[in-house]
Design a protein around this ligand. Structure first.
Ligand SMILES: *[C@@H]1O[C@H](CO)[C@@H](O)[C@H](O)[C@H]1NC(C)=O
Length: 428
């Protein structure tokens, strides 16, 4: 099933090679994706659409009365009992008639497994047309979700999956037979309207993942809303986001009518286990020099270096290579196979340093990263310090309870001002 993602060539060639590709894709993705559940003590806050109906939560997967083949899939993935968010989210998501949900969750909370279970539970495998749509902001995230579907649906082979991502070209006039379609908003919209590969009126579950990332990308918000408008009224709408600032919230309400709402209280203390430093420089070149000076120190562990633009990331990776350092570059213009290969190599420790931009790094959890370098400080479109992103970048190092180190490169009065404001924000 995964062959569709990785073979961008003609459909004929795709069929011929699909067996081989299936296997390589499978092993690639197996390595790429880990579905670790992070033990969280986070409190969950629930707002029900109908507050008079009793709040129902489960302590075991058995209580959900899943199809046996799905229950086997769940246990096969190593989930023994529902995570905090799954305890409350799953009964809502699996209810009949379908309930809508807006949920806050970060990676490691079991969110993907939860909505995958909802999709797999609601599809009718006897009907050969798309019934569930899942939109993700990037290829990588779509692939991660796809992997979870593959694993959870391992004993349910009648349910098929296809990726609506740029480069996966289908012949005109074709009608999809797969029950689940995962993809990015632009291609998904084209497949529903322009090409009519999908009949949106037959969709039963619509999932919008990583809404906060979605709205940060030009056009994604609009495309998502246009897809949603084509779906039937009784279609179940599920939306997930790591954060809920005002803009995400208003987008969520446009996508999901009459929602139940689940919020996770965020663990702010992640910064407590992280040592934060800055290095004062005068220019980009000096920042590079400073980085070289501490390079031996940061490569004791694995490090991620964040740049503001692709251009800077490319330049920096080039300069570091020229110095004889072995670094990986994860960049927006790369093909999906290339990105997958880069992440896999980094995850396997083949490269100790990964240079990237914020956009690229979203959705990647690399446990062993204990050093984060902000070659450029995170700023939003208006040039204000992006406190959330700062926490997200640095927070990954502390997320698994390990100690971490963060180093910020500062090269002007302006970036010093940004650093000071981030410092004010976190009082650290
Ligand atoms: C981040 O926090 C600082 C200090 O509180 C504040 O000045 C800045 O506006 C915040 N950034 C954003 C994007 O809200």
């Amino acid at each position: 099933r995964a062959a569709a993602i990785l073979d961008y060539t003609s459909p004929a060639r795709h069929r011929r090679k699909s067996h081989k590709h299936n296997k390589s894709a499978q092993s690639l993705l197996n390595k790429l994706i880990r579905s670790n559940l992070v033990n969280t003590t986070n409190q969950v806050e629930v707002l029900q659409k109908d507050p008079s109906s009793p709040l129902y939560s489960v302590r075991s997967f058995e209580e959900l009365h899943l199809k046996p083949q799905l229950l086997r899939g769940v246990y096969g993935m190593g989930f023994n009992r529902p995570s905090k968010i799954q305890e409350t989210a799953l009964p809502m998501m699996l209810a009949e008639p379908a309930q809508n949900l807006i949920a806050q969750s970060q990676s490691g909370t079991g969110k993907t497994a939860a909505f995958v279970l909802a999709m797999l539970s609601h599809v009718d495998p006897n009907l050969n047309h798309p019934q569930c749509l899942c939109v993700s902001p990037t290829y990588e995230l779509a692939l991660q979700t796809g992997k979870v579907i593959e694993q959870m649906g391992k004993h349910y082979p009648e349910v098929k999956l296809v990726y609506a991502i740029r480069g996966n070209k289908l012949p005109r006039g074709m009608k999809l037979e797969e029950q689940i379609v995962i993809g990015t908003p632009g291609t998904m919209l084209d497949w529903c309207s322009k090409f009519r590969f999908i009949d949106p009126k037959k969709i039963k579950v619509f999932v919008l993942d990583e809404a906060d990332v979605m709205i940060a990308t030009q056009g994604h918000q609009d495309q998502s809303i246009r897809i949603q408008r084509m779906l039937p009224k009784n279609c179940q709408m599920l939306l997930f986001s790591a954060t809920f600032e005002e803009s995400v919230w208003s987008f969520a309400q446009r996508i999901v009518p009459e929602p139940n709402i689940i919020k996770l209280k965020r663990e702010e203390e992640t910064l407590d286990t992280i040592k934060q430093y800055y290095v004062l420089c005068n220019s980009k070149e000096e920042k590079f020099q400073a980085l070289c000076n501490i390079y031996g120190g940061i490569t004791i562990a694995q490090a991620m270096i964040f740049c503001h633009t692709r251009k800077t990331a490319g330049w920096l990776a080039g300069e570091l290579s020229r110095e004889g350092h072995q670094v990986a570059l994860l960049s927006g213009e790369m093909q999906v196979e290339q990105r997958a290969a880069v992440i896999e190599r980094f995850r396997d420790g083949k490269e100790k340093v990964l240079v990237t931009t914020n956009v690229c790094a979203r959705g990647i959890d690399v446990e062993q990263v204990s050093v984060v370098i902000n070659f450029d400080l995170p700023v939003d479109r208006e040039g204000n310090p992006d406190n959330e992103t700062y926490l997200h970048r640095i927070g990954r190092t502390g997320r698994f309870g390990k100690r971490g180190l963060a180093i910020n490169m500062v090269d002007s009065k302006m970036s010093m001002n940004i650093l000071n404001r981030i410092q004010d924000h976190f009082s650290k």
